[in-house]
Design a protein around this ligand. Structure first.
Ligand code: AP5
Ligand code: MG
Ligand code: ZN
Length: 218
């Protein structure tokens, strides 16, 4: 059985945190468009250069940029048994493009988990996040600190604060989420594919809720 999963949720909802745990648990890849774009930006590729100003300002990058990235990634062998999309789709046109790609590849239907977290908690989480550019792990200075300050537990990399985890870019990301991404909840609900999960609570408790929601059918 394929596990073709989407994690929906606002910035700071815990998509990356949970996608990494689900990927390890199910043995399928985490496909994070944010991580892919940040890698392209770091490497200075044409795509990275195109995306950079949008990302730093907290705006979505144009649909055609990310759709191409995801289409190529989903066609790789390791995604044949399933995948966890984290941060994609983010707009209705992206969701429609994904439907077309999955049909073309002959994949099973999607399962969509909407991780729900109130705004005050999102702001608290984003304000103290630390990220590992090497392996994608995320920490929080208070809520989920690494064992050794500034060092990734998983790979020993140096932790950084993301360029878009600044107050102005955070506000813009939340606006983009409400305007362009939140309508996807309805899109997938109407298709009968969406399940809401309470994203507040201990990391492992939230993980348990997601696994339970997946086990109980969409
Ligand atoms: P992206 O990287 O996807 O950022 P985002 O959506 O703003 O989401 P975040 O990564 O901030 O939140 P998250 O839900 O992953 O939270 P996390 O697990 O880290 O995108 C960045 C940019 O790239 C976009 O702004 C856009 O420019 C571009 N982009 C990417 N995809 C795109 C697309 N499809 N289309 C167009 N543009 C695109 O957790 C947050 C913090 O909370 C961490 O510190 C974590 O340790 C902590 N935490 C998590 N869970 C818990 C918990 N249960 N309890 C306590 N703390 C917790
Ligand atoms: Mg993330
Ligand atoms: Zn790391």
């Amino acid at each position: 059985m394929q596990r073709n999963l989407i994690l929906l949720g606002a910035p700071g909802a815990g998509k990356g945190t949970q996608a990494q745990r689900l990927a390890a648990r199910f043995g399928i890849p985490q496909i994070s468009t944010g991580d892919m774009l940040r890698a392209a930006r770091r490497e200075g590729t044409p795509l990275g250069k195109k995306a950079e100003s949008f990302m730093n300002a907290g705006q979505l990058v144009p649909d055609e940029v990310v759709v191409g990235l995801v289409e190529e990634r989903l066609g790789k062998d390791d995604a044949k048994l399933g995948f966890i999309l984290d941060g994609f789709p983010r707009t209705i046109p992206q969701a429609q493009a994904l439907d077309t790609v999955l049909k073309k590849l002959g994949r099973d239907p999607l399962r969509v988990i909407d991780v729900q977290v109130p705004e005050a908690t999102l702001l608290e989480r984003l304000g103290g996040r630390l990220s590992c550019p090497k392996c994608g792990a995320t920490y929080h200075v208070r809520l989920n600190p690494p064992k050794q300050a500034g060092i990734c537990d998983a790979c020993g990399g140096a932790l950084v604060t993301r360029a878009d985890d600044q107050p102005e870019a955070i506000s813009q990301r939340l606006r983009e989420y409400h305007d362009k991404t939140a309508p996807l909840v309805d899109y997938y609900r109407k298709a009968g594919l969406e399940r809401a999960v309470d994203g507040v609570g201990d990391l492992e408790v939230v993980l348990g809720r997601i696994i339970e929601a997946l086990a109980s059918g969409a």
